[in-house]
Design a protein around this ligand. Structure first.
Ligand code: NAD
Ligand code: TYD
Length: 338
């Protein structure tokens, strides 16, 4: 099987490539990534010389370039991780989210039609469902929950999902979509909550918690996400959406306190800062369809996953220090005024 992985230099894409190299060495992968601020080839170290892996730098929204790549490579499958992925950045600059997340997806869909791709998998997010109230812990997102987005990021992901489903219904393109809860684990860019808190706590720097810290996220270890995508691509039904989550709901304050405790750092590092605009209250996935149809189950609990993640960041200081020393420091100063 020859697989195009887009966005493979990002957090989940790089984990997915490592997962596939380990579990399916018979497949070959072309990793197409633009290397935006979030793309990092250091996350793929050690794979450069593999005969079944190749990196190509390019933009999924660049139609002539993508068409040429499809023509040359004759892919069997496409899995699309490439995206602008950070809600806070989408509040500052929505345009690039529309371009990459919607228009880029459309280019991949057109190329997949033209070159007879056998399975196109779109990596989406639970954020397309909007949010749930904090006082109704009995409510969960199912695949039938209406799309009801809050941020320019989630709106652009929902737009892409609708296009993917339209290409299935209208043109018969063999697509699947997965909508996952918040991921954590190795190689996550330190603008996202868990690595941001972790790397700052390690340096005894203040930890910016938005609003009251009571917002709830449903956390899934990235390796469990990768295993689920692999399962859906191989055995999922074309035209279907699958929710991915592991019932690990935590308030942001609970997560921050867990990190501080594990590192032996004081809670006095916590700073409550101005809330995010339009901040979603609670995400919670019902993964029953994936569990019953495809027998998927997460391997990590939040407790084992966060321990593994903390150990990874402790052991890979150079990986994240490079990022903190680069252009990201300017983003942090502007964004947080800290
Ligand atoms: P990320 O920001 O870490 O990585 C995105 C990657 O896409 C980067 O390597 C970047 O260089 C690349 N990219 C951006 N624009 C591109 C373009 N125009 N052409 C080619 N490459 C481009 O994101 P992530 O956290 O790894 O998320 C991957 C996917 O999973 C996204 O589609 C996101 O919406 C989805 N998702 C993420 C989470 C999460 O918790 N991180 C949860 C559910 C779903
Ligand atoms: P984030 O990692 O940005 O993921 P998402 O917004 O896609 O869920 O944020 C996770 C939660 O943490 C979210 O409720 C916002 C909150 N948060 C903070 O409190 N402080 C921060 O500095 C960041 C980045 C996020």
């Amino acid at each position: 099987m020859k697989i195009l992985v887009t966005g493979g230099a990002g957090f989940i894409g790089s984990n997915f490539i490592h997962y596939m190299m380990k579990n399916h060495p018979e497949d070959s992968i072309v990793n197409l990534d633009l290397l935006t601020y979030a793309g990092n080839l250091e996350s793929l170290k050690g794979l450069e010389d593999r005969r079944n892996y190749r990196f190509v730098q390019g933009d999924i929204a660049d139609r002539p370039f993508v068409m040429k790549l499809f023509e040359q490579e004759k892919f069997d499958w496409v899995v699309n991780f490439a995206a602008e992925s950070h809600v806070d950045r989408s509040i500052v600059d929505p345009g690039v989210f529309v371009r990459t997340n919607i228009m880029g997806t459309q280019v991949l869909l057109d190329a997949s039609r033209e070159f007879g791709i056998k399975r196109c998998h779109q990596v989406s997010t639970d954020e397309v469902y909007g949010d749930l109230p904090l006082d109704r812990r009995d409510l969960f997102f199912t695949e039938q929950t209406p799309l009801h987005t809050s941020s320019p990021y989630s709106a652009s992901k929902a737009g892409a999902d609708l296009l993917v489903l339209a290409y299935h219904r209208t043109f018969g393109l063999p697509v699947t979509i997965s909508r996952c809860s918040n991921n954590y684990g190795a190689y996550q860019f330190p603008e996202k909550m868990i690595p941001l808190m972790l790397t700052r706590a390690l340096k005894d720097e203040p930890l910016p918690v938005y609003g009251t810290g009571e917002n709830v996220r449903d956390w899934l270890h990235v390796e469990d996400h990768c295993a689920a995508i692999d399962r859906i691509m191989r055995d999922g039904r074309a035209g279907e959406v699958y929710n991915i989550g592991g019932h690990n709901e935590k308030t942001n304050l609970e997560v921050v306190r867990t990190i501080l405790k594990a590192l032996g750092k004081p809670e006095s590092l916590i700073r409550f800062v101005e809330d995010r605009k339009g901040h979603d209250l609670r995400y919670a996935i019902d993964p029953a369809k994936l569990e019953t149809e495809l027998s998927w189950k997460p391997r990590y609990t939040f407790e084992t996953g966060i321990r593994q993640t903390i150990d990874w960041y402790l052991g890979h200081q150079e990986w994240w220090q490079h990022i903190l020393d680069g252009e990201y420091s300017e983003y942090f100063r502007k964004m947080y005024k800290m």
